[in-house]
Design a protein around this ligand. Structure first.
Ligand SMILES: *Cc1c(COP(=O)(O)O)cnc(C)c1O
Length: 399
């Protein structure tokens, strides 16, 4: 570390070229896979979709995978397949992307927020239990940051109360929990292939399940609620062209180009995962030494491929606010992010009647957290630059 005065205090910035919190990693094999589809007969609903669904099953051990337009669509069709409707309640975490709760609203149901564990930042099963009522139909745990939520505890609650577990695994493809792959743990598991996530499809999502009946419904809701399966029809099929709309949904299909890109990216998951683990190990090693900051504690049993690296201020040992830390990192050429404002603090949710103070641990975390750069394409120099910036700020403004 050359000069240890932070740029925020007048020192020389660690770097001039900015580094962001996430970036996709596309290679020639990915481009070739997409180009091959573009030269083929099927741009949507073609063979790449089934191939990539099969790959997701092989990778996770799930029986069925249903690719769809994006992770949000995946959450919506999972809720529809679960039969969630008006009058129902769905319990989730406030520390997530809004889609994890919006999916309940799309179905006319009510999202109920339970607080997080203050050290793992995951939805707390004890807090969830307190929120279960006669109306509760499902729990949507989120594998926040990439580490598995406390899935065994949620499965136990689900069994006792007759609920479904829809695991929002948008962050956690590649993660294992007590030796089993995320994707095989819950009644349904949702992945997102947005470019900031570990596997990139441009857009794209999937729902994985072992349940044949749920899989049929997921496929139905992916395409308008339309079926070509005579067993699901009301009238006699009039001919080979014949289909029926038997439920209401919309067009949540994915294109074959995106499916091919996801399939190609999945071939690199072991390499992406290894690199992410390497970066997190370096961060943990260095930031663990700084009293100014806390690092996210692992959930018991999680072998984590992290999507987000969360740095948390310890206000007793650090004199800057989160906002000032953000500006101090930006001054060094590091562009952090924040994941997330508790969902119920979004104005839309406030207008529905959710009140500040609902989940105090989540609110405290929001005030103290930043997301640091983490992606497989980071160079060793990028990693050392982040460490240098965080360390000099942590030491200079520590107490
Ligand atoms: C990204 C994300 C989603 C939504 O995925 P999209 O593919 O962007 O629709 C849902 N939940 C969580 C936790 C996410 O991070």
């Amino acid at each position: 570390m050359q000069n240890t005065t932070p740029a925020y205090a007048g020192g020389t910035p660690v770097r001039t070229e900015k580094i962001y919190y996430a970036h996709q990693m596309i290679d020639q094999a990915d481009i070739d896979a997409v180009a091959a589809v573009m030269r083929s007969d099927f741009l949507t609903a073609g063979p790449a979709i089934e191939e990539t669904e099969k790959k997701l099953c092989e990778l996770t051990g799930a029986k069925y995978a249903v690719l769809c337009a994006n992770g949000t669509a995946a959450l919506h069709i999972a809720c529809l397949a679960a039969g969630i409707k008006e009058g129902d309640e769905v319990i989730t975490t406030p520390i997530t992307f809004a889609a994890s709760a919006n999916c309940a609203l799309y179905c006319g149901a009510t999202p109920v927020f339970a607080d997080i564990d203050p050290e793992t930042y995951q939805l707390d099963p004890v807090k969830v239990q307190e929120k279960i009522t006669e109306k509760t139909k499902a729990i949507i745990p989120v594998d926040f940051g990439g580490q598995a939520a406390d899935i065994d505890a949620f499965l136990k609650l689900a069994k006792e109360h007759g609920l479904l577990i829809i695991e929002d695994a948008s962050h956690s493809i590649g993660t294992k929990y007590h030796g089993r792959a995320v994707g095989s743990l819950s009644d349904m598991t949702v992945f997102s292939f947005h470019p900031v996530k570990t596997i990139c499809g441009g857009e794209g999502g999937a729902v994985l399940t072992d349940d044949e009946d749920l899989c049929k419904k997921l496929r139905l809701y992916r395409t308008h609620g339309i079926t070509r399966d005579p067993a699901m029809m009301r009238h006699e099929p009039h001919g080979p062209w014949y289909y029926e709309q038997v439920a209401l949904s919309t067009n949540y299909r994915i294109t074959d180009m995106q499916a091919a890109l996801i399939g190609s990216q999945l071939n690199k998951l072991p390499a992406f995962a290894a690199r992410r683990k390497e970066i997190c190990a370096r961060y943990d090693e260095e930031f663990g030494k700084l009293p100014a900051f806390r690092v996210q504690k692992e959930t018991e049993g999680s072998d984590t491929v992290r999507h987000l690296y969360i740095l948390r201020i310890d206000p007793e040992h650090f004199t800057l606010s989160r906002r000032e830390l953000y500006d101090a990192l930006l001054a060094e050429g590091i562009v952090p992010n924040v994941h997330y404002l508790p969902v119920y603090r979004m104005p839309y949710y406030e207008d529905l009647g959710y009140k500040v103070g609902l989940c105090p641990e989540a609110e405290r975390l929001y005030d103290e957290m930043l997301t640091l750069p983490l992606y497989a394409g980071m160079t060793d120099q990028d990693i050392e630059d982040v460490i240098c910036a965080v360390t000099r700020i942590g030491e200079y403004y520590g107490r």
